[in-house]
Design a protein around this ligand. Sequence first.
Ligand code: K1U
Ligand code: ZN
Length: 172
Amino acid sequence: MKRPILIHPDPRLKKVCAAVPDLSDDLRVLADDMLETMYAAPGIGLAAPQVGILQRLIVLDCVKEEDGDPRPLVMFNPEIISSSDETNVYEEGCLSIPDQYAEVIRPKVVDVEWMDRDGNARRETFDGLWATCVQHEIDHLNGKLFIDYLKPLKRQMITRKMQKLKRERARA
Ligand code: K1U
Ligand code: ZN
């Protein structure tokens, strides 16, 4: 089932999310719903707080359609273990900040540990867009948005646009 995505500004997008102590069927359903919501948006990632759930769960799939089969990843309690000194600039977007894009500099390569959908501990190195996306999603779990990396004036401009968008959507 697709879930509605919260739009910035929303206090739930600014909270630090709680660790998932144990997997449950409800959490697996949430992960499946988040993947469905992400693919439908369309997007390459989604974090639980974006659907109003303040738990440490993210999903992502950065395979481009023309590059082959999808590779959905479900990560409970993801943690960045190490980051490269080398950085990458990527023009990021966010499903909670529709139609706004800005360049963000982040480590190019990151090692991430997480618990998968079956409760297995996993560790993998991510590079390029996968690394950018997993860092963007883990930021969501810590109440941080990509606009928090921008200069205050630019951030304020985007926030005002989103306030207007929310007013218009509420009236429609
Ligand atoms: O977390 C989110 O809001 C999802 C976001 C993830 C992301 C995008 C770009 C850089 C880092 C993280 C998105 O998916 S925005 C939509 C998007 O980038 C996209 C949509 C369709 C095809 C390809 C990309
Ligand atoms: Zn986002």
